[in-house]
Design a protein around this ligand. Structure first.
Ligand code: RFL
Ligand code: PHB
Length: 389
């Protein structure tokens, strides 16, 4: 098989890149390790930045999002002293869109089907070859046979545990990492959301978040020790703990029900540099991970796709190869800004095991400042709705 751009990974990054390239007349093949049903069953992000929303519309997959998504003009922060709201619209003139990653992925698959995209599922042993030469190729196993795809460029969209990043030699690659000493236990339930907008809670027992997917589907998280196992948490224990951490005006009327998904995710900040090696380009979680506190993971994947599809269009359609060299630096500037914001919000909102009383007083002082200082709210609002591409 031959293609112009071989894409490893059929998550949101890989599908969105394929969709934008195909609409520009560039040929792609997507290789995905899992089945389509498996990819669509993963419950992940829920909040889309304005830039991500615009890019999805540009890719021709915005119609259902515009019909079914909910625009949020602000968010709530809860502290020991009560709850306050940061009004994004007032502070920076923009909003975010609440629309699940599952829905985004579904819309992308549908649009790709309509374009006749070549997406190969359940591939194994994907290997990247001659990445620094002029004729790279990819091999993979499927149905007991080894296949080969010759291509001009390879996009590594295969997430944190993929094969693309490790293809870049250790002598070239530098990883930057912070691992946080806690995880998030998340529950999805067929219940009405506890509040109209998201509630991020800083509580002595640990962080909690009340989020949502739509009017009948809620998503909640609580901070838990890394040693906790999901089997230890009955639905009742989860709801009891969540209630303790949310402010009474949210917790008391909150509807509860059986968990339809329950999982624990560790929190880390991670960046791998460079994002380009020869004809290989890393995109999304393959190159960087943020803790979910700032809702930036999927959004960063989208901005990477934006920069890369522009560079590939310039190279393939206009013969302008210089644009490719700009991909990594352009993407990384925005990645590090989101790293800083996600680290800041994680540090501000969680209880750390080694947190001293001094640290806690500083946390409270910062939250208090955020409550009344317009410039602090502006900084938060601008970062939360997403910095410009
Ligand atoms: P993905 O989604 O991991 O997709 C990578 C795909 O590559 C496939 N793959 C391979 N395919 C072929 N060969 C191999 N060797 C392969 N290895 C892997 C995988 O099967 C998979 O299908 O990465 P991508 O596309 O870069 O997308 C990134 C986002 O999924 C991620 O950043 C977000 O989900 C992060 N995230 C959030 N982001 C937000 O912007 N807003 C949020 O509110 C938000 N909440 C979250 C989140 C992530 C969470 N978890 C569980 C990690 C909440 C949670 C709980
Ligand atoms: C979610 O709804 O899954 C979600 C929302 C906001 C976050 C993280 C996750 O910061």
């Amino acid at each position: 098989m031959r293609t112009q751009v071989a894409i490893i990974g059929g998550g949101p990054s890989g599908l969105l890149l394929s969709q934008l390239l195909m609409r520009a007349g560039i040929d792609t093949v997507v290789l995905e390790r899992q089945s389509r049903d498996y990819v669509l069953a993963r419950i992940r992000a829920g909040v889309l930045e304005q830039g991500c929303v615009d890019l999805l519309r540009k890719a021709g997959v915005g119609a259902r999002m515009d019909r079914e998504g909910h625009s949020h003009d602000g968010t709530n922060l809860s502290t020991a002293h009560g709850m306050f709201r940061v009004n994004f619209k007032e502070r920076c003139g923009q909003s975010v869109m609440v629309y699940g990653q599952t829905e985004v992925t579904q819309d992308l698959y549908q649009a790709q089907d309509a374009l006749g995209a070549r997406i190969v599922h359940q591939v194994a042993n994907v290997e990247l070859h001659d990445v620094t030469g002029d004729h790279p190729f990819v091999t993979y196993d499927k149905d007991g046979q080894t296949h080969r795809i010759d291509c001009d460029y390879i996009a590594g969209c295969d997430g944190f545990h993929g094969v693309s990043r490790p293809t870049i030699p250790d002598t070239v690659r530098q990883d930057f990492e912070r691992v946080y000493p806690f995880g998030w236990l998340g529950v999805l339930s067929r219940t009405a959301p506890a509040a109209e907008e998201l509630v991020y809670a800083n509580h002595p027992r640990g962080f909690a978040l009340a989020s949502m997917r739509n009017a009948h589907l809620s998503r909640y998280y609580i901070q838990v020790p890394l040693s906790d196992r999901v089997e230890q948490w009955s639905d009742q224990a989860f709801w009891d703990e969540l209630r303790r951490r949310l402010p009474a005006e949210v917790a008391d009327p909150m509807e509860t029900g059986p968990a339809i998904e329950k999982s624990i995710a560790p929190l880390r900040s991670f960046v791998s540099e460079p994002m380009q090696w020869g004809r290989l380009f890393l995109v999304g979680d393959a190159a960087h991970i943020v803790p979910p506190t700032g809702a930036k993971g999927l959004n960063l994947a989208a901005s990477d796709v934006h920069y890369l599809h522009e560079a590939l269009r310039a190279a393939v359609l206009d013969g302008d190869r210089a644009a490719l060299g700009q991909y990594g630096p352009r993407a990384l500037t925005r990645v590090w800004a989101a790293m800083r914001f996600s680290w800041w919000m994680t540090t501000l909102m969680h209880r750390f095991p080694d947190q001293t009383e001094f640290d806690q007083k500083i946390q409270e002082a910062e939250l208090h400042q955020l409550e009344w200082m317009v410039s602090a709210q502006e900084t938060m609002a601008r970062n939360y709705v997403g910095l410009p591409y």
